[in-house]
Design a protein around this ligand. Structure first.
Ligand SMILES: [Zn+2]
Ligand SMILES: [Zn+2]
Length: 391
């Protein structure tokens, strides 16, 4: 199986690609420069390329020895609407745009794997589709790729995803059993009362008091209603009411918005139902109206057992048993890779980038920078996965 040492000759090229992508971050569905670079690089390796799937998505196809089976390897390409504060020589050249989740590294690693696979077609039987996905960060690029026929045009037996993970020892491959990442939904509630003079509360109905009780009552969902060994998160992210210039006015309306997370569909549905019930109950208590709204965005990302086991086997062959974990706990962030796993078998793993020589903090912070020392590990793991599954 290919090891990180085998991929070492490609590290200078992967590092250059990664740092160039880092310098030119693009938001979801706007990855035009990135997609053109990916397509041109793949063609340079002699790989068939399809462009324009979900606007900026790219699929490269590598055929090995004759074989009926096919798998997909997915990398995301988009950046975040943040301003970088790393001060690096290759820091973002665009204010308000930043690769703060390491998708520049994911793209570079899959290109590195593409280079290897294109030159070692005799080492696997069947077809590998390299899926460069746009808009993972909150815009749902995976769903758009599926809606535009990705899985029909490029039928596969399984799809795999890989994401960098700070804090996990560099080079570790960690494959969760079952749930990997949570559902990620948005909820909104408006409380509508009768505004009144702040000195005469009895002449109106107080939406601010209702909202305050609602925020407190919400926390009973996770702490009192969901199994303590299960997982639910309900967070309030935004509260808007009244006018700072009018503190002596009780506002007629309070608007709240937040996020809800769960690791399985039953808990997710419970949270959805209870946010609405609690909103209506609190509104009734205070003689006013509630208008709750729940927007389902991302389903939980849950690994399929056979494909997770395949990733573990590939990791043991590539990284070695000591650097392979098959017990990584789930994380309450969300991922639109769940769109693929809802339709076809697949699995998702973490690539450790934790390294005292490269303190990067957690994803989505302005000092984040993908650890280039992980490039060979990720690319080698992809190649090993291909050789394991398409033996
Ligand atoms: Zn992210
Ligand atoms: Zn990410």
């Amino acid at each position: 199986m290919p090891t990180p040492e085998d991929l070492a000759p490609l590290v200078p090229a992967m590092t250059a690609w990664r740092q160039d992508l880092h310098r030119h971050p693009e938001l979801g569905f706007e990855e035009r420069r990135t997609a053109a670079f990916v397509a041109e690089t793949l063609r340079g390796f002699g790989i068939e390329v399809a462009e324009g799937i979900a606007r900026t998505g790219v699929v490269g196809t590598v055929r090995g020895r004759p074989g009926n089976r096919a798998i997909a390897l997915r990398a995301d390409m988009d950046a975040l609407a943040m301003t970088e504060a790393t001060g690096l020589a290759y820091a973002s050249a665009t204010p308000g745009r930043m690769h703060a989740c390491g998708h520049d590294g994911h793209t570079a690693m899959l290109l590195g794997a593409a280079h290897w696979l294109a030159r070692h077609r005799d080492r696997f039987a069947g077809t590998v589709h390299l899926v460069f996905q746009p808009a993972e960060e909150s815009l749902g690029g995976a769903r758009v790729m599926v809606e535009e026929g990705l899985l029909d045009r490029f039928p596969v037996d399984a799809i795999y995803g890989l994401h960098n993970l700070p804090g996990l020892l560099l080079g570790t491959i960690a494959v969760p059993k079952g749930p990997v990442l949570a559902s990620s939904d948005t909820w909104e509630v408006s409380f509508r009362g009768a505004g009144t003079h702040g000195a005469k509360p009895h002449l109106g109905t107080d939406a601010a008091l209702a909202a305050a009780q609602f925020v407190t009552a919400l926390q009973a969902i996770a702490s009192r209603e969901v199994d303590p060994l299960g997982t639910a998160v309900v967070s309030v992210g935004h509260i808007a009411a009244g006018d700072a210039a009018a503190p002596n006015v009780i506002p007629a309306q309070v608007f709240l918005k937040g996020t809800a997370r769960a690791l399985d569909e039953a808990v997710r549905s419970h949270v959805e139902t209870r946010i609405a019930e609690i909103a209506h109950a609190v509104a009734a208590l205070h003689r006013l109206q509630a208008e709750p709204r729940y927007i389902r965005r991302l389903s939980p990302t849950v690994n399929h057992a056979t494909q997770a086991a395949m990733m573990v086997r590939a990791a043991q062959a590539c990284a070695g048993p000591a650097m392979t974990r098959d017990d990584h706990p789930p994380i309450t962030a969300g991922e639109d890779f769940s769109e693929f796993l809802a339709r076809i078998p697949g699995a998702y793993a973490w690539l450790g980038t934790g390294d005292p020589a490269h303190p990067e903090g957690w994803h989505h912070n302005p000092h984040f920078d993908f650890n280039d020392a992980a490039l060979a590990h990720g690319a080698a793991f992809w190649c090993s996965l291909v050789e394991t599954e398409l033996a």
